[in-house]
Design a protein around this ligand. Structure first.
Ligand SMILES: C[S@@+](CC[C@H](N)C(=O)[O-])C[C@H]1O[C@@H](n2cnc3c(N)ncnc32)[C@H](O)[C@@H]1O
Length: 350
């Protein structure tokens, strides 16, 4: 939604976007260049890469300020967006308050079995995904819009559109004629919009743990005229019947789940797919596909930017786990710069 923010709140957020863009685009580039100069034969192992960046850039001002500003912006997004959302509460609540009888559905489960890892506090979001009742708008319409899209986040660089990445991932699904698409970890429905657009003849179901994100997704669906089925459940146990969907799509979920949960989610994807159905995953490329400095920048998020499972994800053999879950014809490849988005896809044999 277009949140009516006053000039002070907007300029405060735009400042963060500009600072993030400057630090990622200027300071971090300077640090990358210095690292390349000093370390001509970088190691391959992630821990060794970390140690080599630490040693090479220990007193490099641009690197130290890049990390400081990145952390500051990540925290400050919520310090600034939550009051901005509060100021616009009436308009946001009106936008969220969609008719219960509109097409599609939202099924919330107050007793949902939330896995422990989910409460780890992602992205330094104050109080977690559900730490504020307007968190859907706080994240999407304030944080992303004013700070993270102009400034860049994680593997996405400044100015790159996360929507475009989602479209690229959807287009890596091998067929166009899916009847029932399931997204695991659907958040506030950004990939849902893309999937519904790319597969117009299909029915879309989104499964997600966060109630605030689901409420946003429901409002988005109604405002966009979509009949999505939205369900609050863990992606490990969706409650959907076996063999009931023909495409499972996953965008940027697995860098937020520990490896054992990733295995469980893949097993669930295999169970709910009908024979002949497809799985397509888009996320960050594993560390060995990234240059050493870049891998360390991503890995840094584990301790400093609320991505507790980034380190394990970067070292995970996701294609092997997809095969282990039973999928055939498993392929893995990168689409853009730095192999982002990274695609892993497979098929449940007919
Ligand atoms: C980075 S967001 C991506 C959201 C969405 N796929 C998109 O493209 O915008 C990851 C989402 O996965 C959700 N999530 C994390 N672990 C989950 C789990 N075990 N089951 C269901 N959802 C989960 C989070 O709440 C978050 O909304």
């Amino acid at each position: 939604m277009d949140v009516p923010v006053n000039q002070r709140a907007r300029s405060g957020l735009e400042f963060l976007g500009a600072l993030q863009g400057y630090t990622g685009g200027v300071l971090q580039q300077a640090a990358a260049a210095r690292y390349a100069e000093v370390v001509t034969d970088p190691p391959l192992d992630l821990a060794a890469r970390r140690a080599s960046v630490r040693a090479a850039l220990a007193d490099h001002g641009p690197w130290l300020f890049d990390r400081l500003y990145t952390r500051y912006v990540a925290e400050e997004i919520y310090v600034r967006s939550i009051p901005a959302a509060e100021q616009a509460r009436a308009a946001i609540e009106e936008w969220l308050d969609v008719p219960g009888d509109a097409p599609g559905s939202l099924t919330l489960d107050p007793e949902v079995a939330t896995p422990d890892y989910f409460t780890a506090g992602f992205h330094l979001t104050t109080g977690g995904w559900d730490g504020h009742d307007l968190m859907g708008v706080v994240i999407h319409d304030l944080g992303y819009r004013y700070v993270l899209v102009p400034g860049g986040v994680g593997a996405a660089r400044a100015g790159e559109s996360l929507m475009d990445h989602r479209t690229q991932v959807a287009r890596e699904a091998p067929r166009r004629d899916y009847r029932h698409v399931l997204e695991l970890g659907c958040g506030n429905g950004r990939f849902a919009t893309v999937l519904s657009t790319e597969f117009p003849g299909s029915h879309y179901t989104g499964v997600e743990l966060s109630a605030t994100q689901l409420k946003y997704a429901r409002a988005r669906a109604v405002h966009e005229g979509r009949d999505w089925t939205l369900v609050q459940a863990p992606a490990e146990a969706t409650g959907l019947p076996a063999g009931s969907v023909d495409l499972v799509a996953v965008f940027t979920l697995f860098h937020e789940t520990p490896p054992k949960a990733t295995e469980a989610v893949l097993a669930e994807a295999f169970r709910v797919l009908e024979p002949g159905g497809d799985l397509v995953i888009g996320d960050i490329a594993p560390q060995e596909r990234n240059a050493a400095f870049r891998a360390v920048v991503l890995d840094w998020e584990t301790e400093h930017r609320g991505e507790p499972f980034m380190r394990s994800y970067l070292q995970l053999d996701l294609p092997a786990l997809v095969k282990q879950a039973g999928f055939a014809d498993v392929e893995a490849y990168g689409l853009g710069k730095g192999d982002y988005p990274w695609i892993v896809r497979g098929r449940k044999e007919a």
